[in-house]
Design a protein around this ligand. Sequence first.
Ligand SMILES: Cc1cc2nc3c(=O)[nH]c(=O)nc-3n(C[C@H](O)[C@H](O)[C@H](O)COP(=O)(O)O)c2cc1C
Length: 305
Amino acid sequence: MSQEPDLSVKIANLILKSPVMNASGTFDLIYEPSYSANGLGAFIPKSVALHEHHGEQAASIFEAEGSLFNAATFLSDGIDFFEKQVMPDYTIDELPLIINISGETADEFASVVERLEKHDTIKALELNLSCPNLDDNGEMFGLLSETTYSLVSKVRSVTDKPLIAKLSPNVTRIQEITLAAEQGGANAFTMANAFQAMSIDIETRKPKLGKVAGSLSGGAIRPLIVYLIFQVNQVSHLPIIGSGGVLSGHDAIEMILAGASAVQVGTANVLNPAAMIKITNEIRDYLIAHKIPSISDLIGQVDLS
Ligand SMILES: Cc1cc2nc3c(=O)[nH]c(=O)nc-3n(C[C@H](O)[C@H](O)[C@H](O)COP(=O)(O)O)c2cc1C
């Protein structure tokens, strides 16, 4: 095949030039000028919440084999700061801007979305369902179908922008939760956020992170995420963005075969800020080597025969 393969994919009403984008909180375009606008499918800044959150600053710990333990996922400078200081820097022609939103009540999410509605440069909203729901018992919104539905439908009622539900992997009934998000008005899914996990220092006998559990991301979670993507794809026709342990182009292809239309790269960026360029090149090389004209030809094409 002499022609360049077609890397474009469709997520809701967006045509992305590449299936590779960063995962929220792991990469900042401002500090990585080597990325041209065309090198990525989309850019997603760190979660923005209504108010400032500077609470949990416990140390991040690198684990073996491209995995990362961290306790710093729910931090934000708040929507005021974000709109005035951050948004202008992120408005880049040709690169779709997707804003990831955090909150501790459904009303907080809706308030942030209402504030962002006027910005035409924002092409889609990603809801971080791994946030604690303080209207309930403080458990993550994404653990139950009911809280997933009520959050997504609340946000749906205040915006026409495409909504991407970033699901939690810490669940047993992912298909029910997927359908609840779809019924609430989601247009796509990100599968998934990091896993809750624990690590203990056997000398001090204390948890290695400041609190009991932390977030585990990177290579260690990839097979778990691949199976979750597969299960989501079984029950919904909405596009899925795979997130969890994509360290190479082959990892991305694996997720796409399981049913993802695109992938997010998180931990790999923390380990190597040029990771997304390498991953994109490896996807292209795979398509050329296998004479596949378009990445879309591979979505959900795992062979179960
Ligand atoms: C340091 C760090 C910060 C993160 N911050 C956020 C965040 O602000 N919002 C969010 O939805 N996910 C956040 N995540 C989760 C990632 O976006 C991603 O979904 C997860 O790490 C799984 O992908 P990975 O294995 O490629 O890292 C963060 C992850 C890490 C490692």
